[in-house]
Design a protein around this ligand. Structure first.
Ligand code: C6P
Length: 428
């Protein structure tokens, strides 16, 4: 079932009256075929921080490309390939506008946020990082915005330093002044923690880093799907995120970089499409953005990501943020009543990602119990082992909510949590 205008849903009251609503969840859900698939009739999907579901508009855009104009871009003289090229480049422009970039050529397509971080770690750090230089990361980073910097620091003989978080899950911003030195070349920081939900004041970090001449890479993988972002207002030097966490297809991500920085960087992948000229022993590189896009790209995924952005914009990121905040507050209030649950992360100013432990029960057992009740949550270290070490746990269970989750689903989550307590009681 395809509705034409998801925007109609905005600001309508939903079925549950007790919580302020900004989205009509039932209407939103009707755009997501996965929820009407018979096998998923009971599904409560609470793992959107890992990957989001896709609306029919995105699936259609990908299918249309494959069925109607599948062809390679930038290299053919026939109309169908021109259409594919136009779709691909329009999506780039759309993404540039979506995150407030100055130029479309500052948007580089990658496989995901992970590959985008690695592009900077190889293309920028390999070229500019010297022995004795410093990179500052935070203890909240996902491995994708940590391990590339560990490796880059090792390759260059540079030092990796950490901005800690406190017991509340907030960064200790007051330590920035001490940690940023004249040797700091790059700060790599997440915009929102995928474990604790903490929203980071990246503007404060960017301003402090720029004062001493360091660059800042922001990992927006958990921020872009949930809140508006403007890379120029932030003055971020690099900004990375993944399409599949924002209703788009898998296998597509974005590296945003300021024009001058991308121009100065070396390409990371070499081959077709990224050259200007090729001689027997030497080659020169195409201009931005193509210098970084070697080989045939994931063209349908780019076009699908464009459709995902259309969908998000029709609903409005502000409305999505309000909806997520209201569900998060609701669940946190309910959890606060349960003495057998430990919730990690700040109480306020946080994303709809709720990591928790149940007294005496392993996180994987909790997740399996939920799965048996058709509720999909994640358990494990969430690719953030430093966070786990700091919390002194091996793993947590994690429920994450998005625009298609309802208060009824939140209630079901709480109800099953209570059932789990009863079920496991005999072993505790
Ligand atoms: N976090 C999660 O369940 P990729 O895999 O490249 O699309 O995204 C990596 C990534 C980078 N930064 C942050 C903050 C992330 O949360 C993620 C992906 C998923 O939390 C999978 S581990």
């Amino acid at each position: 079932k395809q509705k034409n205008n998801p925007n109609q849903a905005v600001n309508e009251m939903s079925i549950v009256e007790s919580v302020p609503k900004t989205l009509n969840v039932a209407d939103i859900r009707s755009h997501f075929p996965i929820f009407s698939y018979p096998e998923n009739s009971e599904l409560v999907y609470l793992d959107s921080a890992a990957t989001t579901q896709r609306p029919v508009q995105v699936l259609d855009a990908v299918r249309k490309f494959n069925e109607e104009y599948n062809s390679n871009i930038h290299r053919a003289a026939y109309k169908m390939a021109e259409k594919a090229t136009a779709g691909y480049e329009c999506a780039r422009l759309q993404i540039a506008q979506f995150i407030g970039a100055k130029h479309a050529h500052e948007i580089i397509f990658t496989r995901g946020a992970t590959e985008a971080a690695n592009f900077v770690a190889y293309g920028w750090a390999n070229k500019f990082l010297k022995p004795g230089d410093e990179i500052l990361v935070t203890e909240l980073e996902h491995h994708s915005n940590l391990v590339p910097w560990q490796m880059a620091a090792k390759r260059a003989g540079a030092k990796l330093k950490f901005l800690p978080f406190n017991a509340n899950g907030e960064l200790e911003y007051e330590k920035l002044d001490d940690l940023l030195t004249t040797c700091t070349r790059l700060v790599a920081v997440t915009h929102a923690s995928n474990v604790l939900g903490t929203r980071i004041d990246v503007k404060r970090i960017i301003d402090a880093a720029h004062e001493i001449g360091a660059l800042v890479l922001v990992d927006g993988a958990q921020h872009v799907p949930h809140s508006p972002v403007n890379v120029q207002e932030l003055d971020a030097d690099f900004y990375i995120f993944s399409g599949h966490k924002m209703l788009g297809p898998m296998g597509i991500g974005i590296l945003y970089g300021k024009e001058k920085l991308l121009d100065d960087m070396d390409p990371v992948l070499f081959g077709g499409s990224m050259i200007d000229d090729v001689q027997y022993q030497e080659s020169t590189w195409a201009e931005l953005p193509w210098k970084f896009e070697a080989g045939t790209q994931n063209i349908p995924a780019v076009i699908g990501l464009g459709a995902a952005i259309d969908f998000l914009q029709e609903i409005g990121l502000e409305n999505i943020e309000k909806h997520n905040d209201s569900i998060t507050n609701y669940v946190l209030n309910e959890l606060a009543e349960l003495d057998f649950v430990t919730v990690y992360g700040p109480r306020q100013n946080r994303n709809a990602v709720i990591s928790f432990s149940m007294q005496g029960i392993h996180a994987h057992d909790v997740a399996t119990f939920f799965d048996n009740k058709s509720i999909a949550i994640r358990s494990g270290h969430h690719c953030a082992k430093i966070v786990m070490k700091k919390l002194n746990v091996a793993s947590t269970a994690r429920a994450s909510f998005y625009l298609y989750n309802s208060i009824e689903e939140a209630d079901r989550f709480i109800e099953v949590l209570k059932q789990a307590r009863g079920y496991f009681a005999k072993w505790i």
